[in-house]
Design a protein around this ligand. Structure first.
Ligand code: BGP
Length: 473
């Protein structure tokens, strides 16, 4: 039995990841304003509502707002050395465009950080994770409006000033490359997707890229110990056939995805993107100040990895498969999850190598995991979930992280997505569970909210305790 024991370096950060809107609940408490998530009861695909409706599971989430201490104690029991969470923008600036922050919101995250400190867990904070204040969506059409850069900069500055001495690792925007695919959820853009032009979407993307770089600059001024990373949705893409035409289709798909990391690490737009703009007759509003701002490049690159896709030049075969926000052509060689996300551990090693070769920045895997329907059962009188399928998924992906480390890739940490069950981003279901901890709440909103350790809880604790030595290659 071989293992990857030696691959994981000392100090490798092990933990889990969540986002405020998917677990906190308390959507109208502590002075919080509404965010775009409070009007998305069915996730990305469903219609947005005029206001919050009871069917929206995110309004209560898993009540983490009131149970964070209990949850963090469970993370500590697994031995987490890091925990990724997001700050809800509308807790700090309820409408998004105020001059002064909401003290009650800041105080909540102080308490949360106190708990992490108590357990010696290194925080990893996402500044904006799919939870733009609704007011910014309704009044400014979200990131299509240049003024959002200033609002975001003020918000980021507030966080760096308040928490900069306690938080080392910061991520500016969750999956920043999803904006063009999910404009309302990712960019607070109220205009329906099918009415948006490429010009508008790329302009919104440009505003976010500038805002991200400005936040990096502000961090260097006010929180010199902070390290700022970008966060991208990774989607390794294979040619459906070995034909040059399919390889070219892959290159184009890669360009569309890698653009964001290229700008964050190089500080300029790459030539292939300038070509796209020229050929589509798009002229972006890019000021001299924007160009200067963009040169504030990131300290590290973080990313989510769930699945890979295939790509083809053949329009007949180009039907999109199911998948994480962007999807792609299904790969006939791979199995899929119950939600159609194709499972490909080797894809993680490939993407780690690709990002390292291309950007030469430390890499942080900040999301990875299997969404599955779990069954709460009783084993020896204790309620649990026998989630061997999740253990297999995580084991196989972590083995590939070990391989990438042996390849020489600089990987600094791994946070498994949804370390405690939470509401799904794409479908807004609770039955799409990722956690090591089962939360008793169902899609109809029923349940006690009690927490139960799944089989994977002890398994992950052992992986962390042995620094990857217990993984089965
Ligand atoms: C990523 C998001 C997360 C998370 C995850 C799993 O795209 O950053 O917020 O939810 O995907 O997706 P889902 O919840 O749709 O299963």
């Amino acid at each position: 039995m071989s293992t990857t024991t030696t691959a994981f370096p000392d100090g490798f950060l092990w933990g889990g990841a969540t986002a405020a809107n998917q677990l906190e609940g308390a959507y109208d408490q502590g002075g919080k304003g509404l965010s775009v998530q409070d009007v998305m009861p069915q996730g990305i695909a469903g219609p947005r509502t005029a206001g919050p409706v009871a069917e929206n599971l995110k309004l209560i989430g898993i009540d983490h707002y009131h149970r964070y201490a209990e949850d963090i104690a469970l993370f500590a029991e697994m031995g987490f050395t890091t925990y990724r969470f997001s700050i809800a923008w509308s807790r700090i600036f309820p409408r998004g465009d105020e001059d002064e922050p909401n003290e009650e919101g800041l105080a909540f995250y102080d308490r949360l950080l106190d708990e992490l400190e108590k357990h010696g867990i290194e925080p990893l904070v996402t500044i904006s994770h799919y939870e733009t204040p609704l007011h910014l969506a309704e009044t400014y059409d979200g990131w299509t409006d240049r003024r959002l850069i200033g609002f975001y900069e003020r918000y980021a500055r507030t966080l760096f000033e308040r928490f900069g001495s306690r938080v080392k690792y910061w991520l500016t925007f969750n999956e920043i490359n999803s904006l063009v695919h999910a404009p309302f959820m990712s960019g607070g853009i109220d205009t329906p997707k099918d009415e948006l032009t490429a010009q508008q979407l790329f302009q919104a993307m440009h505003h976010e890229l500038v805002a991200s770089a400005r936040a990096t600059r502000v961090a260097r001024e006010v929180a010199p110990n902070a390290l700022v990373g970008c966060m991208v949705l990774s989607m390794p893409t294979y040619p459906l056939t070995p034909s040059p035409a399919d390889a070219l289709a892959v290159m184009e798909a890669d360009h569309a995805n890698l653009l964001y990391g290229d700008v964050h690490t190089r500080g300029v737009y790459p030539g292939y993107f300038l070509r796209t703009l020229r050929e589509q007759g798009i002229e972006l509003d890019i000021t001299a100040q924007d160009r200067e701002d963009l040169t504030n490049t990131v300290d590290f690159v973080s990313f989510s990895y769930y699945m890979s896709v295939a790509e083809t030049a053949d329009p007949e075969l180009k039907k999109a498969g199911q998948g994480n926000i962007m999807g792609g052509v299904p790969n006939p060689t791979l199995p899929a999850s119950e939600w159609g996300w194709q499972i490909d551990p080797v894809g993680l090693r490939l993407v780690l190598n690709q990002f390292w070769d291309r950007w030469q920045k430390p890499l942080f895997i900040v999301e990875n995991g299997l969404g599955a329907k779990d069954q709460l059962v009783e084993v020896d009188g204790v309620k649990t979930v026998v989630d061997d399928y999740r253990i297999a998924y995580l084991n196989d992906h972590l083995v590939q992280v070990g391989e990438a480390l042996l390849d020489g890739v600089d990987v600094i940490g791994y946070t498994s997505w949804g370390c405690i069950d939470l509401v799904s981003a794409s479908t807004a279901q609770l039955s799409k569970r990722y956690g090591f901890i089962y939360v008793d709440r169902d899609d109809d909103g029923s349940g006690t909210l009690e927490r139960y350790k799944k089989k994977s809880f002890d398994w992950y604790a052992e992986v962390i305790r042995t620094n990857g030595g217990s993984l089965q290659a």
